[in-house]
Design a binder for this molecule. Structure first.
Ligand code: PBG
Length: 328
């Protein structure tokens, strides 16, 4: 059916018609907001490469959580900056660690806000890698125990969901069995299943102080050219007990999101990462793009590719814009 019988423009004529046939809609319900928690008092350090994002101390959480709650954002994902780092990532599973304390505080402020924790060791290791190292190499099986311990400590502190981002093989199974043993068989796991060794994490490493002091993460994070391998990673994580699977980053990997969507019927998340955020903020600051329109277009594209959930630093702005739109 072609022109002149079919004229696609007929359904683009008015806002009401466009809304009627719209295939994808971003909702505030889909968004998760990342938070960086740091030791100290009255700290709200703006992250230079991520304008509008802050490292915040626990005493600042009241205001922050109140704002997030008011905007209707359903959940946060926590990253911690510990006071000290060591070769066993002790701070990651310390029951009074930075993330554990933040969880307890957030739960006091709003028990209904979903508190998700990033389970990784890089912020807590003195060498900045995501696992135990020996002779300069990250040791997979030795690391699993620490990851499981970390996840259990988050659960014990009151987290609603844990999100392993380390990319060790077998970590979902290790975490699942540790959680089950600890009585947390109902606590879901959102695995960073297809996490690529991406240059788009640059600003995050400044925010979370988690750059490796030697080498890089290419021996554990995925090689960017690979998409079929992402299907195997997802299959493996689901088999091991992941409840939600994630692709990260989002924008350069929309094909990976779409591929996973068509192969698996599990909830799918995408992480719109720090570098993706910084690029937009920088261009918007220069007046080169319309930030609101670009952000909403980006979030829509991630959902259109097939993601159900988007982790994004734009969450607060997007929530405001989406709420405005609803009353426009
Ligand atoms: C921890 C972790 C990273 C991100 C999330 N969890 C950094 C990394 O793998 O180096 C990146 C998030 C972002 O860039 O926004 N491993």
């Amino acid at each position: 059916m072609y022109y002149p019988v079919y004229r696609p423009r007929r359904l683009r004529k008015s806002a009401a018609l466009r809304a009627l046939v719209r295939e994808t809609e971003v909702s505030v319900n889909d968004l998760i907001y990342p938070l960086f928690i740091i030791h100290g008092q009255k700290i709200r350090n703006e992250i230079p490469s991520m304008p509008g994002q802050f490292q915040i101390s626990i005493d600042q959480l009241d205001k922050e959580i109140e704002e997030i709650t008011k905007l209707g954002i359903p959940g946060v994902i926590l990253f911690g900056l510990p006071e000290t780092k060591d070769p066993a990532a002790t701070g990651a599973y310390d029951e009074d660690g930075i993330v554990q304390e933040a969880i307890k505080k957030i739960k006091q402020i709003n028990i209904d806000l979903l508190v998700i924790t990033d389970v990784c060791l890089c912020e807590y290791m003195d060498h900045g890698h995501c696992g135990i190292t020996k002779n300069g190499e990250v040791q997979n099986d030795l690391t699993l125990e620490l990851l499981a311990k970390t996840a259990l400590s988050h659960a014990t502190a009151g987290a609603d969901m844990v999100a392993p981002s380390d990319m060790m093989d077998g970590r979902v199974a290790a975490i699942r069995s540790q959680l089950d043993e600890g009585g947390f068989e109902d606590l879901p796991i959102m695995s960073y299943a297809a996490k690529y060794a991406s240059a788009f994490y640059g600003p995050f490493r400044e925010a979370a102080d988690s750059s490796p002091t030697f080498g890089d993460r290419r021996s554990y994070q995925m090689d960017p050219p690979n998409a079929l391998e992402a299907l195997r990673e997802v299959a493996m994580d689901i088999e091991e007990g992941a409840d939600i699977v994630m692709v990260k980053p989002a924008l350069s990997y929309l094909d990976v999101i779409a591929g996973i969507r068509s192969e698996f019927d599990y909830p799918l998340a995408a992480y719109n990462v720090s570098g993706e955020y910084s690029i937009i903020k920088a261009a918007a600051e220069k007046g080169w793009i319309d930030e609101r329109k670009v952000v909403l277009e980006v979030l829509t594209s991630i959902k259109r590719a097939g993601a159900d959930i988007v982790l994004t630093y734009h969450a607060k702005d997007a929530a405001k814009w989406l709420n405005d739109k609803a009353t426009d």
